[in-house]
Write a protein that binds this ligand. Sequence first.
Ligand SMILES: [Zn+2]
Length: 118
Amino acid sequence: MARGNAVKGTRLGYVSLGETEHGEPTPKVSVTYWCQNGHGVARNFASDAQEDVPSEWDCPHCGFPAGRDRENPPVPSRVEPFKTHIAYVKERRSESQGQELLDEALRNLRARRGQQES
Ligand SMILES: [Zn+2]
């Protein structure tokens, strides 16, 4: 009985002297992620959790994926195909062609509206 109490007391003493009294005993590593637009995002991770440090991080500025290699940022794979298509169309068509298409679209729209209203 006396023995049991002694062991218990030692354990409690050990716990009270634990690392929590010193705040954060675990050293941190700062990892910077770089996105394709040159944004740097610094993140802190516990140094003993290196395996948990993700290789990519979403850039909070533009939403692009950011990687740890500044020279080779990850290529965004989640870019909406719609945006790419618009950029492609803009590159392909001259301004006048674009204006023609716009006019035609407007004419069609007005014609359709006219039909619906009449
Ligand atoms: Zn960014």
